[in-house]
Design a protein around this ligand. Structure first.
Ligand SMILES: [Zn+2]
Length: 405
């Protein structure tokens, strides 16, 4: 019989290490965000971006080229100001807490590659937009739609292959689960090698029609028993069940799917609001309008701040999704003991738990806390542990009831 107290199996010192690590990560993430936004907000009103633009324009080069160089410079400045935070958060902290043995050069090379790739893609997406904005501002919705259409192609053909260079992926096995409303479903599970860089364990699912697949890290497979692996895979199937069944067949799921669409659109709308305010305040800011590239850093800062203001709602939906996936994992496996040991191992290996302070819940926590997840297992044991074939149906009904709530 497994004790279900939230701290079961995790000692006080382990617990405080997790809290220290989680708090440090949260504070660094907040520091990085504030530094980025304040830098962007200051570049325009201080006149720096105007001087920079004029300096580039003093070269007798085509306007598109000088605009491109201006955007590259703004990109380099923003990456430069967040570098210390990312170095501390991604490199130093993980080494201090024994999660990574990566050398600084290996980490830095990855950082350079990410900066170059995402920087170039961002600028290539922005370039046609800034070049056409002065002719016809109403092209904005068209560019936003084009961006959304191109993003999946970018992920499939650029991001994924490049990620595979750093983290090689191999086929592991097929897994089958019964998904209510869909039937028996088999998905390929791929192994992602990360152990040369980190000891963290992770799993994820790609929901993409026939190309749907589950990815698990080699660190997870090395440390988990067969029963624990089954919980992890079931959790990922739970995301599929949530996406394809709860969010399309149950009233509360449909309502959630609609909220997520509204939130996604509102984040794109944040960019439109930023441009509109630039247009409204162009005279006091010394700009010739929303199309004036000197106002671009300010617009970017406002758009990022507005989009972040929506993150409490986005994270709340994310935590709800994780809860649904956990409930599915418990019902599909009927194995709360392994569910609890998965949570303990993840807590030990990743040190990271949702902090569950008021601020972290608003701007950081994408998953329920460790205690909340353990409580889910206790609830399942208390009310729904299947003792017979018939009883196991009560488990499914529980998920569906949750879906209707
Ligand atoms: Zn999940």
């Amino acid at each position: 019989m497994i004790n279900t107290s939230p701290d079961e199996g995790i000692s006080e010192s382990e617990d405080s290490r997790c809290t220290q690590y989680g708090r440090a990560r949260f504070q660094l993430a907040i520091g990085e965000f504030l530094t980025l936004v304040v830098t962007l907000l200051l570049l325009t009103p201080t006149g720096f971006s105007r001087e920079l633009l004029e300096w580039f324009n003093s070269f007798s080069a085509p306007r598109a080229a000088t605009d491109f160089l201006f955007l590259v410079t703004i990109g380099l400045i923003t990456r430069g100001v967040v570098f210390p935070f990312q170095w501390l958060n991604q490199y130093l902290l993980d080494r201090r807490f024994g999660l990574s043995q990566e050398t600084f050069l290996a980490w830095f090379w990855g950082w350079i590659c990410r900066t170059t790739l995402y920087g170039l893609v961002t600028i290539l997406c922005l370039a046609p937009f800034v070049e056409t904005l002065r002719w016809w501002p109403w092209l904005f919705p068209l560019w936003a739609a084009a961006f959304l259409a191109v993003r999946p192609l970018f992920i499939d053909y650029v991001q994924q292959p490049l990620q595979n260079l750093f983290y090689p992926v191999t086929f592991l096995r097929d897994e089958t689960f019964s998904v209510p409303g869909i039937g028996n479903l088999t998905l390929p599970v791929y192994l992602v090698k990360v152990s040369h860089r980190t000891s963290r364990a992770d799993a994820s699912i790609r929901l993409k029609g026939k190309k749907s697949a589950i990815f698990v890290t080699d660190t997870l497979i090395d440390a988990f028993t067969d029963g624990e692996e089954r919980i992890v895979i079931a959790h990922e199937f739970g995301h599929l069940y949530d996406h394809f069944h709860l969010e399309s067949q149950t009233p509360s799921g449909v309502a959630q799917a609609q909220r997520k669409i509204v939130l996604g659109s509102a984040q794109i709308g944040a960019a439109a609001v930023a441009l509109l305010s630039l247009q409204l305040f162009s005279t006091p800011l010394g700009l010739s309008g929303a199309h004036d590239l000197a106002g671009f850093p300010l617009a970017a800062g406002v758009a990022i701040a507005l989009a972040t203001a929506l993150s409490p709602f986005v994270y709340r939906e994310a935590r709800r999704d994780e809860q649904d996936a956990d409930r599915y994992a418990l019902a599909a496996t009927g194995d709360p003991a392994n569910y609890v040991s998965v949570m303990q191992k993840l807590r030990r290996m990743n040190l990271e738990e949702a902090l569950s302070t008021r601020w972290s819940r608003l701007f950081y926590d994408t998953h329920p806390t460790y205690a909340e997840r353990i409580r889910m297992a206790s609830e399942y044991r208390r009310r729904l542990k299947p003792r017979s074939r018939r009883a196991s149906w009560r488990g499914w009904r529980h998920i569906q009831r949750h879906g209707r709530r």
